[in-house]
Ligand binder design. Structure first.
Ligand code: FE2
Length: 346
C-alpha cells in the first residue's frame, strides 16, 4: 500500500478539517482537527485487560463496541456534522492486526457515507506531529517512547529518520511487564517510579547500548531475577529505571551531537514519566538544548493526533484510495513521505 499524492498545480497549503480514528492497540480514539492545529474533539476509550497484557482480539471487541458512540460524541464536541468534515483519517499501522482492522473498517464506512477522502496515517508519525504542535517546537529531535515503541528520530530530507531504537522490547513494555510480574498492576510506569524514589541501593543490571540502539529484554530478565532473589522491590525499581532511562538519555545525547538540533521533545505514553523527563532535561540543559514533553493529554494514543496528521496530509493533497487502504501492522515510520514539511524543509 502506498500513499497517493495528488499533485495540484498551485501546490498551496489549504485549511482542512479531518476526523481521525486511532485503534492500533488498546485505545480506540476519535479526534477532529484542522490542518492549522485546532483540536476540535479528542474522544478516547481504553481497553484494560483483566489479567496479563493486551489480548488483540479482546481489544478489537472493545473497539467495535465503543466506536459508534465515540464518533458521535466527537462530532457533537466539535459542533460539526459529518458532511462538514473534509476527510477521514485512520491509523493503518503499525499495530495489532485485529485492532487496526476495526479502525480501518469504521473509517472506510465513514469515508463512503460522507463521500470524503480517506487518509491513511502512520501512528508513529502522528505521535511526532502532535508533539510538534503541542510543544510549539518546529524542528526537534524526538524521543518516542511508549508501550509499543522506543526510538530516537528527527526529520531530514523528506522523511523522519531513525537515529536509534530498541532491538527487542520497547521501554514501556519493559517497565509494564516488570510491574505486572511483581504484582504492581497497571499502569506500570508510575508505580515502578514511585517505588524507585524510595530505593536506597543501586544494584548492577545490564546496560545495553549497541551503537545507537538499545536492548531492554536482558534488563527486564535481570531485574526480575534480582526481585526473586529477595532484593527489596524499591531497590530493584531504582536500579531498573536508572538503567532504562540512562540508556535512552545516552543515545539521545549522541543523536543531538550528531544532528545539532537545538530542540528535544519526548512523545508517547512514557512522556508522562517525571523521572525520565527530569533526566532528559538535565542532559538537554547541559548542552544548551531546549527540552519539552508533549502535553499529557496527547502523550498516550489518541484520536486527535491521527486527525491532525491526517489534516496535514490532506492539506498537502495526500489521500489513500479505498482499494489501497489495507492495514499495515509493521509499517515503519521511515517509509512515510512527509510533504507538509518537505516544502519548508523543517
Ligand atoms: Fe502509540
Amino acid at each position: 500500500m502506498r500513499l497517493h499524492r495528488v499533485h495540484n498545480k498551485k501546490e498551496k497549503m489549504k485549511k482542512v478539517v479531518v476526523l481521525g480514528i486511532e485503534s492500533t492497540a488498546h485505545t480506540f480514539g476519535v479526534g477532529i482537527a484542522s490542518s492549522t492545529g485546532e483540536i476540535l474533539a479528542n474522544e478516547n476509550h481504553t481497553y484494560v485487560p483483566k489479567t496479563g497484557g493486551i489480548h488483540p482480539r479482546e481489544a478489537a471487541e472493545h473497539h467495535s463496541k465503543v466506536a459508534a458512540s465515540l464518533v458521535k460524541s466527537a462530532l457533537e464536541k466539535s459542533g460539526l456534522k459529518l458532511k462538514e468534515i473534509d476527510g477521514v483519517a485512520v491509523a493503518l499501522g503499525p499495530g495489532m492486526g485485529p485492532c487496526l482492522r476495526v479502525g480501518a473498517t469504521v473509517a472506510r464506512a465513514l469515508s463512503l457515507a460522507s463521500r470524503k477522502p480517506l487518509i491513511g496515517v502512520n501512528h508513529a508519525v502522528a505521535h511526532l506531529e502532535i508533539a510538534r504542535l503541542s510543544t510549539g517546537f518546529d524542528d526537534p529531535l524526538f524521543i518516542y517512547v511508549a508501550g509499543g515503541n522506543t526510538m530516537i528520530t528527527t526529520f531530514s530530507e523528506g522523511k523522519y529518520r531513525v537515529f536509534g531504537e530498541t532491538l527487542d522490547i520497547p521501554l514501556g513494555n519493559c517497565l509494564d511487564t516488570f510491574a505486572r510480574e511483581v504484582g504492581l498492576g497497571h499502569p506500570g510506569v508510575p508505580k515502578v517510579e514511585k517505588l524507585a524514589s524510595k530505593g536506597k541501593h543501586y544494584h548492577i543490571l545490564p546496560y545495553t547500548v549497541k551503537g545507537q540502539d538499545m536492548s531492554y529484554s536482558g534488563l527486564l530478565t535481570a531485574a526480575l531475577r534480582l526481585y526473586r532473589e529477595g532484593v527489596p522491590l524499591e531497590d530493584v525499581c531504582l536500579s531498573l529505571v536508572e538503567n532504562a532511562y540512562s540508556m535512552l538519555t545516552e543515545v539521545a545525547e549522541r543523536a543531538l551531537a550528531h544532528t545539532r538540533k537545538t530542540q528535544l521533545v519526548i512523545t508517547g505514553g512514557v512522556a508522562r514519566s517525571r523521572l525520565l523527563c527530569k533526566k532528559l532535561e538535565l542532559m538537554a540543559t547541559s548542552r544548551g538544548v531546549n527540552f519539552r514533553p508533549v502535553k499529557p493529554e496527547y502523550a498516550g494514543d489518541n484520536g486527535a493526533m491521527i486527525a491532525y496528521t491526517g489534516a496535514l496530509a490532506l492539506a498537502s493533497n495526500v489521500i489513500t484510495p479505498l482499494e489501497e487502504s489495507a492495514i499495515k501492522p509493521l509499517w515503519r515510520l521511515d517509509e512515510v513521505e512527509i510533504p507538509w514539511r518537505t516544502k519548508k524543509e523543517k
